[in-house]
Write a protein that binds this ligand. Structure first.
Ligand SMILES: Cc1cc2nc3c(=O)[nH]c(=O)nc-3n(C[C@H](O)[C@H](O)[C@H](O)COP(=O)(O)O)c2cc1C
Length: 220
């Protein structure tokens, strides 16, 4: 058994971690002209890269979008998908179009997170290869999200795009799957509640709705 010195969190440290989780928000409003320090970005990416992954496959890939022109092309893809989403929402289309669903134009940093081409890992994903790779990449994004909040920076996950079109635009290796455009940067305020809830789009459901007991089995 491999052991190492154990770090015990104090009660204050524990409370800080829970506060970070509770205060994290998906952010669509950024301070125009804001900046992320290079050291901050590296800390956050290092946090993302410490995520758990099935079979230790580490399937996340991050690409930094640096050029204004690329951002504009990305924004056009997102806008096209936003319109398609509205069309698919039928009677809620107009309400949806009033929501702000991305901060690509204003965020200080834009990162593309994608799933790497499959490396054939079997451990832990024989029966659900795609799903377990996706879950692992999502763990990395959540680490990044919480790290951003700890840095007092906002992060918004934008998933409205045609993945193949975005993969082509960003020249991702064959077999990659774009998962999110991550808008990152300083914000004027963090929303107190999920924005979709505050604006009446959907209500957060209580934890009790998500908890269930195992079914009772007949004891033979
Ligand atoms: C996988 C994923 C994709 C998302 N895509 C979008 C998106 O395209 N646009 C958007 O406005 N929010 C997006 N969100 C943010 C959710 O709407 C948000 O997490 C949810 O409403 C709860 O709000 P909170 O993150 O502030 O707690 C996404 C979140 C996740 C986890």
């Amino acid at each position: 058994m491999i052991t190492s010195a154990q770090h015990q969190f104090s009660a204050a440290e524990r409370d800080t971690i829970y506060a970070n989780i509770a205060l994290r928000r998906d952010i669509r409003h950024f301070q125009p002209g804001g900046q992320v320090e290079e050291a901050q970005l590296q800390r956050m990416l290092a946090a993302a890269h410490q995520a758990p992954s099935v079979g230790l496959m580490q399937p996340w890939r991050f690409m930094r979008v640096r050029h204004a022109q690329t951002r504009q092309q990305i924004q056009a893809l997102v806008e096209a998908e936003r319109q398609r989403t509205a069309a698919a929402l039928d009677e809620r289309a107009a309400e949806f179009l009033r929501l702000k669903v991305e901060g690509i134009g204003d965020c200080a940093e834009l990162l593309l997170v994608s799933l790497a081409p499959d490396d054939g890992t079997v451990f832990g994903r024989r029966s659900m290869p795609r799903e377990m790779a996706l879950c692992s990449a999502a763990c990395a994004v959540q680490n990044l999200w919480l790290a951003a909040r700890a840095e007092n920076l906002g992060l918004g996950w934008v998933s409205m795009f045609e993945p193949l079109a975005l993969a082509e635009l960003m020249k991702l290796p064959a077999g990659s799957l774009p998962l999110g455009l991550l808008c990152l940067g300083p914000v004027a305020t963090f929303y107190e509640r999920p924005m979709l809830e505050a604006l009446g789009w959907r209500q957060t459901r209580p934890l009790a709705d998500m908890l269930m007991d195992e079914p009772l089995f007949e004891l033979s």
